[in-house]
Design a protein around this ligand. Sequence first.
Ligand SMILES: [Zn+2]
Length: 166
Amino acid sequence: MRTFEIIQYPHPMLRRKALPVTRFDQRLSSVARRMIATMYRNKGVGLAGPQVNLSERILVFDVTEERDQPLVMVNPEVLRSEGSRLSEEGCLSIPDVRVSVPRAETVIVKAQDATGGFFEIEAAGLKAAVLQHEIDHLNGVLIVDYLPEGVTLNMARERPSRLAVR
Ligand SMILES: [Zn+2]
């Protein structure tokens, strides 16, 4: 399957608030399948529409070790979040940077599948963090936005504690 190219920071698409998906057609199913293939190919745990240059509220993720349980969420919406944890995160669009991001411990997210059907999932820990990370992408928010005040991306790159190859 043809995969997408993942766009890199500071591409302006990464800052745009993605548009709601209104057409649940063949094209959307094909986009979802290609996004899943792109995520696996790049060894990511999640991928959002803007990262493949689509201003569409769609994300895919899979946090399983077997890499065989991909989930597609269209127009996702966090209904409830509880608790908090610090999550060490990287991003396929910002290579070689890791940021400690405050996330909710558990979330309940409502979304549509690729055919438009509604569903809800409850997620905790890593899965919850990945979901929040990808939903951030749909709103133009990136992990670098969580750097401590006064720390810029360039400075972060010079700090070995924040560097890790993903
Ligand atoms: Zn990301």
